[in-house]
Design a protein around this ligand. Structure first.
Ligand code: SF4
Length: 463
């Protein structure tokens, strides 16, 4: 039986989560095609001959795109068994079933896909009950031969004018924390699973052989298992001393394991993405982030002292955001000299509340909810201060226009800051850091990291 694995969008990376199950399905005897629609057109022949089609749903945007793609798949092949897999599959299983999905797997999905494949081969009907598995699995080296070459994906701007080809892998999945806005939480419930060091290195090795000069680790938090993480990067550095990498680490872990930061620097780490979300203490408490504004400042200092670049991400617009709070966020970023470190889109993000989000358990969210929007696959909410909603819309317009006009991060930040001052009835104020040129070169990806966007017309047209 032929299996087609489809990814619609994976944040500019070559999708590990097609390559990993593809390897296991092939070793179980399946013929497999991997088709990344973020880069290539739909392989209609592969759709027509598939007995099993897997759609990978790692996040909101990919889910929306996969939903839009489904009718075309059904037209081409109405008999194939459709399995949605990835974090968003079990969370949206009822809706995905109503539009024609057959099976739904979240968490550790490779073995679940193999099980469905075996059932179909032997004429058994796979279960339609959503499966969430955090069971330990055996991994084998991902099979990447069928995916577009790495130079067709997002690349790294090193910061000195040069670029690097980026490979992507995962040394762990899930997370031992339970921040209530995070889509990992309803699936992994505070658990994480590591991939063996030799498999991670074998995957990196094959990507370096295919041109990767920098590796992006997609672990939700690289320091969930700090000893494992350090073992991976020290082995990587020993074998490939010129390869650089980036990781994601939460503020709490940066502080708790700060003695490991020099080891990251020494082994080629270029930058660390960290989810700050807010500088309003009450919002950080509601999201259960495990850090304070002071912790953010301290984490900035210690990563800088270790010679590492911090790339903070935010969810600035929530039901509880205040105009003064947003202004304080901007002034904190400027005060910490982080303007160049923040992708402008991070200043425009609105909290996404997907189905089964732990946010729904908060009494504080109830007055803000306005029903579930099935098409948008998320709950509608409003801030009770309409002027915050207006500020959010204004910031989103600034970020969009800046992207169209190729404005710098500093120019975009200045425009957002001016809008926030106006919203707060404050006189214009030229922050000293708005004028100064960046002191150090900041590495960043050519595709900014965010996963809760509406699909773009360009993405939809590719389906
Ligand atoms: S630490 Fe990060 S990955 Fe873990 S639950 Fe919180 S937001 Fe999610």
């Amino acid at each position: 039986m032929h299996v087609l694995l489809l990814s619609t969008y994976d944040l500019g990376h070559q999708p590990f989560s097609l390559a990993s199950p593809a390897a296991k399905l092939r070793s179980a005897g399946a013929g497999v095609t991997c088709n990344d629609l973020a880069i290539d057109a739909l392989d209609e022949e592969a759709v027509k001959k598939a007995g099993l089609i897997g759609l990978y749903l790692p996040m909101h945007t990919a889910t929306r795109l996969s939903v839009a793609l489904l009718p075309r798949l059904k037209n081409l092949n109405s008999k194939a068994h459709i399995v949605f897999y990835g974090l968003y599959a079990p969370l949206n299983a009822d809706y995905l079933k109503s539009i024609g999905g057959d099976s739904f797997i979240g968490g550790e999905f490779e073995d679940g896909l193999i099980d469905i494949y075996h059932k179909l081969v032997t004429g058994e009907k796979p279960s339609a009950i959503p499966l969430i598995s955090t069971a330990k699995q055996e991994f084998i080296r991902p099979w990447r031969e069928d995916l577009p070459s790495l130079d067709r994906y997002a690349h790294l701007y090193v910061g000195d004018g040069s670029t690097k080809i980026v490979g992507y892998t995962e040394a762990s999945r899930g997370c031992k924390h339970t921040c209530c806005h995070c889509p990992i939480v309803p699936v992994y419930q505070g658990r994480f699973r590591i991939l063996p060091v030799d498999i991670v290195l074998a995957d990196i090795r094959q990507q370096i052989a295919n041109g990767a000069e920098h590796i992006s680790f997609g672990d939700p938090d690289f320091f969930n298992g700090p000893r494992h993480a350090i073992s991976v990067v020290e082995n990587l550095h020993e074998e490939f001393p010129d390869i650089t990498y980036d990781v994601t680490i939460k503020i709490e872990h940066l502080l708790k394991h700060q003695e490991l930061l020099p080891k990251l620097k020494a082994s080629g780490c270029l930058f660390i993405t960290t989810a700050v979300e807010s500088t309003e203490e009450e919002i950080l408490r509601l999201l259960d982030k495990g850090h304070s504004q002071a912790d953010f400042k301290r984490a900035t200092e210690i990563t800088r002292a270790a010679g590492l670049t911090l790339a903070p991400t935010f969810v600035p617009f929530t039901p509880w955001t205040t105009k003064e709070g947003f202004l304080q966020l901007l002034e904190t970023i400027a005060g910490l000299d982080l303007i160049e470190n923040v992708a402008p889109i991070q200043l425009a993000i609105r909290l996404l509340i997907p189905n089964q989000s732990a946010l729904l358990d908060l009494t504080e969210i109830q007055p803000h909810l306005d029903g579930y929007d099935e098409e948008a696959l998320s709950y509608r909410w409003r801030n009770s201060d309409e002027t915050v909603e207006e500020l959010c819309a204004g910031v989103q317009e600034i970020v969009e226009a800046s992207a169209e006009n190729n404005h710098s991060r500093r120019e975009t930040f200045a425009a957002i800051y001016a809008a926030a001052l106006t919203a707060c009835d404050r006189p214009s104020n030229d922050l000293p850091s708005l004028k100064s040129a960046p002191g150090v070169a900041i590495p960043s990806m050519s595709e900014p990291w965010f996963c809760c966007a509406e699909p773009t017309a360009e993405q939809l047209a590719r389906l």
